[in-house]
Design a protein around this ligand. Structure first.
Ligand SMILES: [Zn+2]
Length: 325
């Protein structure tokens, strides 16, 4: 984990491994301090607080959750007394989407000799992701601290005279996606609307909305963008992510029309320049999302997470690439 200063008063803490759960956090060091996203477990959250502590004077007054996913909210409880801000849908969904019990149980099952054998037979992908997570994370002790302030479309903060705009852009990657723009500093915290040098994962939302949001980010002209996952970047990365989504949607369409399943499509689509991004087999989620749209299914149709991880595992095996999530 390392800190990067991205403008006079904005900072980022980055998890350089850039696999699932390796989410970034941001800090706006004004107005008592605002932390953006709080890491995947308590150890990472404590480390983030310690690193940001080099530049801020104490626990910040505010926390923003860019959306409802676990890897952005599981450190919330360490910010005692802070105002926790999120978009209304993110706040509503958080208690289900980021319930720590399911992940805690999965890791326990992967650790037991009999249960891990069963898991291997039934859900090899779920076992593989549990083993990957157990190498870097420990989900014990997490008690979800929910947002204390919600907003609908926009929320504007004034930090010692510096405006900060929270703009609801979901559903792209999740229902409550929010971007955080600090215009005077030329900085935009994108949350998981932007994945950098790793394969995007999307859960609730549509391609059209996601692409529209990437265009919005480009129109805001920030000099620096802090993605939800991956290194700090500029607008070229936003354009690349848009190209990835457009490519995945059109390749998925071609395969859909040929009658391939989403799994077969994911095994066959030429990864092109995106093959060097971390966890390329995660493309399964993007193909399946496109298929859901072609079948006119609702954009919030639930995912069976064990089956999805199994599909990513199978795609990696079929392509002869490392199984990583
Ligand atoms: Zn994330």
């Amino acid at each position: 984990m390392k800190m990067e200063q991205v403008s006079a008063n904005c900072f980022a803490v980055l998890n350089e491994k850039n696999l699932v759960c390796d989410a970034n956090s941001g800090l706006i060091n004004l107005g008592g301090g605002v932390v953006i996203d709080t890491q995947s477990d308590l150890a990472h959250a404590r480390q983030m607080i310690e690193i940001f502590g080099k530049v801020w004077p104490g626990i910040p007054k505010r926390v923003i959750n860019t959306h409802e996913d676990a890897d952005h909210v599981w450190g919330n409880q360490l910010f005692k007394g802070a105002e926790i801000i999120a978009q209304r849908r993110a706040a509503e969904r958080m208690k289900h989407v980021a319930d720590p019990q399911e992940t805690q149980q999965l890791l326990k099952a992967a650790n037991g000799s009999l249960s891990s054998l069963l898991l291997k037979m039934l859900h090899p992908g779920a076992l593989a992701i549990a083993k990957q997570l157990a190498r870097d994370y420990n989900f014990d002790g997490i008690e979800l601290a929910l947002p204390t302030t919600v907003f609908d479309e926009r929320c504007e903060l004034n930090l010692d005279g510096t405006p900060v705009h929270l703009i609801f852009v979901g559903p792209c990657h999740q229902a409550g996606d929010t971007i955080v723009h600090v215009p005077e500093e030329g900085v935009l915290f994108a949350g998981d609307v932007l994945f950098r040098l790793c394969t995007p994962m999307g859960w609730t939302g549509t391609y059209a909305k996601w692409i529209e949001t990437l265009d919005l980010i480009i129109s805001l002209q920030p000099k620096i963008v802090v993605p939800g996952h991956g290194p700090v970047c500029g607008l070229d990365a936003v354009a690349q992510m848009k190209a990835y989504l457009e490519y995945m949607r059109s390749e998925s369409k071609r395969c859909f029309e040929k009658g391939l399943t989403s799994l077969q499509a994911s095994e066959q689509i030429d990864l092109g320049p995106y093959g060097t991004w971390r966890a390329p087999a995660r493309l399964y989620l993007n193909v399946e999302r496109a298929y859901r749209e072609f079948r006119h299914e609702p954009s919030d149709k639930p995912w069976d997470s064990a089956k999805s991880f199994d599909a990513i595992y199978r795609v990696a095996k079929a392509r002869g690439i490392e199984v990583e999530f």
